[in-house]
Design a protein around this ligand. Structure first.
Ligand code: 4AD
Ligand code: MG
Length: 462
């Protein structure tokens, strides 16, 4: 069976074909019924024309069941379309209705629906233009991630989802347990975690970085790409409780090389989208974010700006009345600050480096000033932070000191410290939030609309 994408792209008029898919719209005129069929293989559907005069009783009976949402097969001959809007159409002769879709109850009618409403029917929303396009772009972006790293000799490492260590040290982890906590509470006993499944407390991973670093110190250039989990109570258009992250790690690389990799990576992803997702991006450009394609195109040929955290704070302090949260040296950059820097100051992607060490995770390499670390955040217009990364602290004693500083128990990171005992080397890496990238590339406003089944506080339906 051919999908509609290949029919529209490759099939010559005159060919007999059968197309299968879901009905988007049905329009009846005096002499014909026009059915737009979409199978998800591409943005455009195939217009199928049923000529009323030439239909037999069986086909006419089946046609009665054709309404928006129905799953059907249409057989016929592909012809050049006399009407504007599509180059070819299917002159239908046969029709099979696999599954009708009663119009009085099917929630997706022809009219436009709000994204809020569509989130409530996440099982049906992939059948809309917007979510079909998001799904196809997401697929291409995942492919582009692997193509980028594979072409550059990075090896894909599968890091665990269940872990006993908190990579970011922020304590925002979901606990995993098989203990019957209710029963223990009823007996009035304290919880004995040594009786839990793993013999100690376990969590869903917030990042694969610590694990991927071990493979970095053996294979040199590696990356992981998987789901990560954060139990932060952030109900925003930019946070998810479950999101996908791409984390490369390079041995013998310092911060400048890390920044170059991040810039090349983002440009590769944007180019890939422009080259392979043309129809879907055209839709986003027209309906979601006007100017999207021109923006993506200009970023892929731009040079990312660089700024130290200290200079960034100076920029912000000069305009401090504009911000709800007043900036000062030592403050965590808020989204309003990040957006001002990238949208107004540099008007494009910006890499901010050398943050105060109190703001960042324990594993970042400490600068000689003792106060800042070799961190890098990549900020982009509209989104703010899209990448967070750093050069890693590879000096055992400095790392140990940083752990103590942050009240982490070195004993539970013994294997991570071992990497600094045996053959330690400078290395660097970063994490790209896949859904932040998806927001950037599609122009979609809410992060919950660029992942098939969003997980957020009080939201785990479907
Ligand atoms: O800055 P983060 O917390 O960095 C790390 O996890 C490092 N271990 C990465 C590394 O160096 N290997 O997260 C990295 C990125 C952020 O820049 C953001 O794009 C995304 O992950 N991110 C989220 N995306 C959606 N929802 C959330 N709650 C996110 N938290 C972080
Ligand atoms: Mg970060």
């Amino acid at each position: 069976m051919q999908d509609i994408r290949s029919v529209l792209r490759d099939t010559k008029p005159g060919a007999s074909i059968t197309a299968k898919g879901w009905v988007r719209t049905r329009r009846d005129t005096k002499n014909a019924v026009f059915v737009e069929l979409n199978d998800g293989s591409c943005f455009n559907g195939l217009q199928c024309v049923f000529d009323a005069a030439s239909l037999d009783d069986a086909a006419r009976a089946s046609l009665a069941q054709v309404s928006t949402g129905a799953a059907v097969a249409v057989a016929g001959v592909l012809v050049e379309s006399p009407a504007a809007g599509q180059p070819v159409e299917l002159k239908a002769s046969g029709l099979t209705v696999y599954g009708p879709s009663p119009a009085d109850s099917y929630p997706l009618q022809k009219k436009a629906h709000s994204f809020e409403f569509l989130r409530e029917i996440a099982h049906l929303r992939p059948r809309t233009n917007s979510f079909g396009a998001v799904a196809r772009v997401r697929n291409q972006m995942a492919f582009a991630v692997h193509s980028f790293f594979q072409e550059r000799g990075f090896q894909y490492v599968h890091t665990p989802i269940i872990t006993a260590s908190d990579c970011e040290g922020a304590g925002e982890m979901f606990q995993v347990t098989t203990l019957d906590l209710d029963a223990i509470a009823k007996r009035g006993e304290p919880v004995d975690w040594t009786k839990d499944f793993f013999g100690k407390r376990a969590y869903l991973s917030v990042s694969g970085q610590l694990n991927v670093e071990t493979y970095c110190m053996a294979l040199g250039r590696v990356y992981t790409f998987g789901p990560t989990f954060r139990a932060e109570n952030s109900n925003t258009p930019r946070h998810l409780s479950e999101f996908w992250m791409i984390e490369p790690e390079m041995a013998f690389a310092e911060l400048p090389e890390n920044m170059d990799l991040a810039e090349a990576f983002i440009k590769h992803l944007l180019s890939w989208a422009l080259e392979r997702c043309g129809d879907d991006l055209a839709f986003f450009d027209k309906r979601i974010q006007p100017g999207l394609i021109a923006m993506l195109d200009s970023v892929r040929s731009s040079t990312f700006a660089h700024m130290s955290y200290t200079d960034a704070v100076k920029e912000l302090e000069a305009r401090k009345d504009d911000f709800e949260f007043k900036p000062f040296w030592g403050c965590d950059l808020q989204t309003e600050h990040e957006r001002y820097l990238t949208e107004t100051v540099v008007k494009g992607p910006l890499i901010v480096t050398d943050y105060p060490r109190d703001l960042k995770a324990f594993y970042m390499r400490r600068n000689d000033d003792g106060e800042t670390v070799r961190a890098m955040d990549v900020l982009v217009p509209r989104i703010g932070e899209i990448i967070g990364g750093s050069e890693r602290e590879y000096r055992h004693d400095v790392l140990l000191d940083a752990m103590k500083d942050k009240h982490l128990d070195p004993a539970s990171y013994w294997w991570y410290l071992d990497l600094r005992r045996y053959g330690s080397a400078p290395h660097s890496g970063f994490g790209l939030g896949f859904e932040r990238l998806m927001r950037y590339v599609t122009g979609m406003e809410n992060i919950r609309d660029v992942i098939p089944f969003p997980r957020a506080p009080k939201q785990a339906d479907f």
